[in-house]
Design a protein around this ligand. Sequence first.
Ligand SMILES: [Mg+2]
Length: 322
Amino acid sequence: MARSKRAGRLRETIAQLCAEHAAVVRLTEGPGDAEAQAERAVAQGFRTVVAAGGDGTVNEVVNGLAGSSVTLGLLPLGTMNVFAAELGVPGNEPRKCWDIIEAGHVRRIDLARANDHYFVQLAGIGFDAQAVEGVDQGFKNNFGPLSYVISAARVAARRPPRLIVETEHAPAREGCFVLVGNGRFYGGKFEVFKNATLDDGKLDVIICKNVGHLDLIRYVQNVLFGTHLELPDVEHFQARKLVVRPAEENERVPFEADGELVGHAPVTFRVTPGRLRVLTPRPKVAGARPVRLSGRAALAAAAAADAARRPTGGGDPLLAVF
Ligand SMILES: [Mg+2]
């Protein structure tokens, strides 16, 4: 009840913000709708589309925008907001997020793809997708996140799949659970892909060789201490392209992207460097000292600072998709 009250207040604030700034708001009605709305917005000439919702909404909007030069804005309202956290956009703080959107600082990040489905944060093949697949809808409505834990425990008791991971310049690798990261975070602010950056043109890949109950506890403990990549049964590498397929051809192994079930392996991962434009907070320049300027240099610096303050989206049509 408290949760829904809070959600109601957030929606009210956003409706107010959109009205104040003459932004167009489109409400989604079900799965796939945010993607369709974003696609339509591109065709209608909107220059900025704001995804208002959780990581699932962001993923849908990104799929609708993919291939266009339309800029993505974020109004994170989900429980996790992993992608927003990665970019330093605060969760469930619509006014602060609106300031970021208005300031118009664009960061170009890599756009990842699993077969024909785009994603921004991460994908998983095997264990986590099986856990999502195994969640009972009725149970989820009553118990929320606990239903995923129970499903995961059930999956961990089963025989894990054997997966083959192929990259261009290395021998094939093997494991039973594969994670592909564009950013650092997984399942909240857990730095699973410790060395990943969103703009290096590469995907970070983690292969787990075991996924029994005790292995999972050990992995989680090591993630918390930041030592999981040193485990002997965990492999980590970077690649621009990779293929993950089941060792036994007809084994059905699901994969997820940004937390949504997408399909079954085989799956080809690719990344297009700098393909997605996202509105993010302006980076703080570490250790920058004020420099005293005079004459023409001072005038030029003032003009540059003024241009930087001016929102790039000034007067550009903006659409918010819920
Ligand atoms: Mg990267």
